[in-house]
Ligand binder design. Structure first.
Ligand SMILES: Cc1cc2nc3c(=O)[nH]c(=O)nc-3n(C[C@H](O)[C@H](O)[C@H](O)COP(=O)(O)OP(=O)(O)OC[C@H]3O[C@@H](n4cnc5c(N)ncnc54)[C@H](O)[C@@H]3O)c2cc1C
Length: 372
């Protein structure tokens, strides 16, 4: 339509990024404010949020993440997004000492190799040294979560604008002004929920980056041999997070669990890494891998201290960070949304002042400059 390009849309809050973080925050804020979410791609959840292993394990990650994951649970239960899975740690024989500390992970209890084999009959008893089990771990229906966020946003009059990459971002008077191919947007507060691109958004805004580092992780979906029903297997985690395998819709996801630093991009799987990961998996589990149904890569984005980055930037008014969720951004998304709403609207953060300080962008900025 003629004139659309120059149209300016004004709102209270502009969220940049339509992954779990941006959608979760927008869903939490939409009942209270006039809000627009812009997403670069044709669909939301195209990047990290569409490529995760979809595990909810509330003891996993930084203390602020575990607080947000726990806070997410009532939401997941209310919409029926969790189904029981469990998580089994598998330590190879000969490496028991080196990985003993992993058995003390929150919620984990040691089980005998025989008990582990009762759960996963294909486990190679002769190769496995020790095992641990976390029962409080669930599959998340992540599509259901994202769709629910989107519905909530729209029901409260919020707008989701797809194919709208932020291309320029500047502060003019009391507002941030964002240029996209689908028009200009103006709001006093902008939420940077751009995942792997969060530092790029800061640069667009004229701020130094905070040192957020996207790390690629590859995943393969493999076909199970005839007669193997893995639906009730727990997720298997190799000691030292050196591989994992998770039943998924009648097949098995296997990941080398690598953390290879990269630039933000539309990631794909590294075949060599996949082959290495599948080999490590097969050392512990007697399963022939005949057919790869699909493979993909995704970016897990970390700050240098691996704590998330949530809060207002001390260098620029109205610039709110919601990034650096690493490998926990799905399980914590509803809680992140609640926290973002509290921080943006000036309520006390439910995680408490100490954890709020531990995740504040201030810690990565010194004297107005980013430190990294
Ligand atoms: C292999 C893998 C396994 C994982 N497993 C789990 C798991 O089991 N459990 C768990 O909780 N987490 C898991 N994670 C982590 C989780 O997926 C991420 O933490 C989460 O998806 C991050 O969400 P996000 O919204 O920040 O990022 P994204 O989903 O990447 O969203 C960011 C969005 O910003 C958009 N964007 C970027 N630049 C612009 C711009 N200029 N303008 C507009 N939009 C822009 C992008 O297009 C993108 O859609 C896993 C991740 C990977 C890769």
């Amino acid at each position: 339509m003629r004139g659309t390009m120059s149209k300016t849309t004004r709102c209270d809050i502009l969220v940049i990024g339509g992954g779990a973080a941006g959608l979760g925050a927008a869903a939490a804020l939409a009942p209270e404010v006039d809000l627009v979410l812009i997403e670069a791609e044709e669909a939301f959840g195209h990047h990290a949020s569409g490529r995760s292993a979809a595990l909810y394990e509330p003891g996993y990650g930084h203390a602020a993440i575990t607080a947000m994951s726990r806070r997410s649970r009532p939401f997941f239960e209310e919409i029926g997004a969790l189904s029981p899975r469990g998580l089994m740690l598998v330590i190879p024989k000969g490496e028991e000492e080196a990985h003993a500390a992993e058995l003390a992970a929150p919620g984990m209890r040691e089980i005998s190799v025989a008990e582990a084999q009762a759960l996963v009959p294909r486990l190679r008893g002769a190769a496995v040294g020790r095992c641990g089990l976390i029962e409080d771990a669930f599959d998340i229906d992540t599509d259901l979560m994202l769709q629910n966020f989107a519905r909530t946003i729209r029901r409260h009059g919020g707008r989701i604008v797809l194919r709208a990459p932020a291309q320029a971002l500047r502060r003019t008077g009391a507002n941030w002004q964002v240029e996209t191919p689908r028009g200009r947007f103006e709001a006093p507060i902008v939420v940077n929920a751009a995942g792997a691109w969060a530092d790029r958004i800061a640069r667009l805004a004229g701020l130094g980056p905070l040192g957020l580092r996207p790390m690629r992780r590859s995943v393969a979906r493999i076909a199970l041999p005839e007669g193997i029903d893995a639906r009730r297997w727990p997720m298997l985690l190799g000691a030292g997070e050196s591989w994992y395998a998770k039943p998924d819709a009648g097949a098995l996801l296997v990941s080398p669990a690598e953390e290879d630093p990269t630039e933000p991009h539309d990631a794909w799987a590294d075949d060599m890494r996949l082959a290495e990961g599948i080999a490590r998996f097969q050392e512990m589990v007697a399963l022939e891998v005949r057919r790869l149904i699909a493979s993909w890569g995704g970016l897990r984005t970390f700050a240098p201290d691996r704590a998330p980055v949530i809060g207002f930037d001390p260098r620029a008014e109205g610039f709110f960070w919601l990034a650096g969720q690493g490998g926990s951004g799905m399980m914590s998304a509803p809680g992140q949304g609640i926290l973002a709403r509290e921080m943006i609207l000036g309520a006390p953060p439910f995680i408490g002042a100490d954890l709020a300080a531990a995740i504040a962008p201030d810690r990565l900025v010194q004297g107005g400059q980013a430190v990294n």
